[in-house]
Design a protein around this ligand. Structure first.
Ligand SMILES: [Fe+2]
Ligand SMILES: [Fe+2]
Length: 161
């Protein structure tokens, strides 16, 4: 991002980069946890749960890519040391299920982290609205997908009752 582009944002760009980097770390942690649970899940009809988890894992990896690209465009560098992802994140590591066939625990872990992601992108969208159009558009795009993730897993609670 050039000087003029930075001037027109009307935002503290360094501060925004920090917000985006926290979201970036959240995305990697979520990606790994969903991917791991997708690989490890067992039990009756596990294939559906596996597909759900691996599908949203793919989205989180895409989000990490998009947020990372935006950080670089803004002149920053995303956290590139995995051991720092937890420390630099908003929500910490979501964790994984202890019992590989405990779908209720999986659903609990995912819905909690997705609710956190919704808050994060909602805050970034509000902060950048009318100020940094590109980051705003990205935040709204990702927010829509996080809302979809929460909904998908919340609906599973309904089905399992
Ligand atoms: Fe995400
Ligand atoms: Fe998500």
């Amino acid at each position: 991002m050039g000087k003029r582009a930075r001037e027109i944002t009307g935002l503290d760009v360094k501060d925004l980069i920090k917000d985006l980097d926290r979201a970036y770390c959240d995305e990697w942690l979520a990606y790994y946890a969903w991917w791991y649970m997708g690989q490890a899940v067992e039990g009756q009809g596990y294939e559906d749960m596996q597909e759900f988890l691996l599908d949203i894992a793919k989205d989180e990896l895409e989000h990490a890519t998009e947020v990372g690209e935006r950080i670089i465009e803004l002149g920053g560098l995303p956290t590139n040391i995995p051991t720092l992802w937890v420390k630099n994140s908003n929500g910490g590591y979501p964790g994984v299920m202890k019992d590989l066939s405990d779908y209720n625990e999986i659903i609990k872990i995912v819905t909690k982290a997705e609710a956190g992601a919704i808050d994060v992108y909602n805050a970034i969208a509000k902060k950048t609205f009318g100020k940094d159009h590109d980051t705003y558009q990205l935040a709204v795009h990702i927010l829509g997908e996080e809302i979809g993730h929460e909904e998908k897993f919340e609906n599973l609670i309904g089905k399992r009752k």
